[in-house]
Design a protein around this ligand. Structure first.
Ligand code: PLP
Length: 409
């Protein structure tokens, strides 16, 4: 006789985890599409979905590898790829940037989880930006930690206040997460600010977890300042990969570089070794594109400069927000997103989820509600800057129409 089957239970802390970029709204979008609706989906920073292809020299590097025997690589990744990454960071002034300190992963996503798994004990705290890229919060929670948010306020250009940040440090704090340039707000952090944050990390002995996946996606002359050279001998993990700058997100290639004096890394280095070994290695064909990517020509700056696709789309968004009485925008200086706020009468009783749902149902546009990025306000939304400028003009026309209707209601 078979026993009655009980429903499966899952990890309790999952109820605290959200990833709305691909959540309820995205599911509803698929339903509408199955019914034949045409939607403009701006929820994911997915270059391939907007017609971008990885640069040809990367495609060739992978194609050249196809047909070779494909063993697992070293758990940290192919030496040739790691050497190229280390050399690129050494050129940026990162001390002790050597292949042995580079770890390859299936996207930065895997490495974010792996690094927090190596670091956290139950109840440990991680200082996470608000707004954040929500995987940082999710991975902290799923590794038994607690995200403690430092505010990056719109009125301060979405930059953090280091004085306020330091007040959040407790005896349980283990790390500071920095996302620079930032997703979703597009802020890029000036050197003096980063120096102050590094000083806090030093003073309180906190690991710096620095997500620089948008490091070369910069507009209007914004300068990128990597954190690791400022951190010097202080422990720092820098994350980047092929998904954004090299438009190859489907290849799932990311890396992290551990920097800081060996004697200050304690057991952490060995923990990264063990956890890397447990997942065997990263996707191997993708690893073959890394050397070409980090040593090859700069293919992203032209897209971010006047006349370039990302630049022109961003310009269309800026102009649309300036022209709208319902929107205000902190102009993004980097990354692939805009994070406008709804203001004025349209913002009365505004709920970003309701708005996003209505926008999709009535105007056929999918955006991400701002509160998905762990902010305590509900009047923002995020769009990716990846479509053509003409699409974006159409999108903001529809958004403005809906906001005008809501303002009159
Ligand atoms: N970090 C940030 C800030 C991101 O925006 C993203 C993806 O959007 C990721 C990490 C994940 O990137 P990957 O494709 O390398 O997993």
């Amino acid at each position: 006789m078979s026993t009655p089957s009980k429903p499966l239970v899952t990890r309790e802390r999952l109820s605290e985890v959200r990833y709305e970029i691909r959540g309820e709204l995205a599911r509803r979008a698929r339903e509408l599409e199955a019914q034949g609706r045409k939607l403009i989906k701006l929820n994911i920073g997915n270059p391939g979905a907007f017609g971008f292809r990885a640069p040809e020299h990367l495609q060739r590097a992978i194609a050249d590898d196809m047909g070779r025997t494909d063993p697992y690589t070293h758990q940290q990744g192919l030496p040739v790829a790691r050497e190229a990454i280390a050399a690129a960071y050494a050129r940026r002034g990162v001390p002790d940037a050597v292949a042995d300190r580079v770890f390859l992963g299936n996207g930065v996503s895997e490495l974010i989880d792996l690094s927090l798994r190596a670091l956290l004990n139950p109840g440990d705290e991680v200082l996470v930006p608000s707004p954040d890229y929500p995987l940082w919060s999710a991975a902290t929670i799923l590794n038994d930690g607690r995200p403690v948010y430092y505010r990056c306020r719109p009125e301060n250009g979405f930059l953090p206040d280091p004085v306020e940040m330091e007040t959040l440090v407790s005896s349980r704090t283990r790390a500071i997460v920095l996302i620079n340039p930032n997703n979703p707000a597009g802020a890029s952090y000036p050197r003096e600010l980063l120096e102050k944050i590094v000083a806090i990390a030093r003073k309180h002995n906190l690991l710096l977890l620095v997500d620089e996946i948008y490091d070369q996606i910069l507009y209007d002359g914004a300068q990128f300042q990597p954190v690791a050279p400022l951190a010097g001998d202080h422990p720092c993990l820098t994350f980047s990969g092929l998904s954004k700058v090299h438009r190859a997100c489907g290849w799932r290639v990311g890396w992290m570089l551990l920097s800081g004096a060996s004697e200050r890394l304690g057991e952490f280095r060995a923990a990264l070794d063990l956890l890397s070994a447990l997942r065997l290695c990263a996707n191997v064909p993708g690893q073959y594109a890394i050397e070409a990517a980090v040593s090859g020509p700069d293919t992203i700056s032209p897209l971010c400069s006047p006349g370039g696709r990302l630049y022109e789309t961003r310009r269309a968004v800026i102009e649309a927000c300036e022209a709208s009485e319902h929107l205000s925008l902190v102009v993004p200086s980097g990354a692939l997103y805009a994070f406008p706020a709804v203001i004025g009468p349209a913002a009365q009783g505004f709920d970003d989820h309701d708005f996003a749902l209505q926008l999709m149902e009535e105007e056929g546009v999918l955006v991400v509600p701002g509160s998905s990025f762990n902010v305590p306000y509900r009047n923002h939304f995020r769009v990716t800057l990846l479509p053509e400028a003409s699409v974006m003009r159409e999108v903001f026309g529809r958004i403005d129409k809906l906001l005008a209707r809501r303002a009159e209601a």
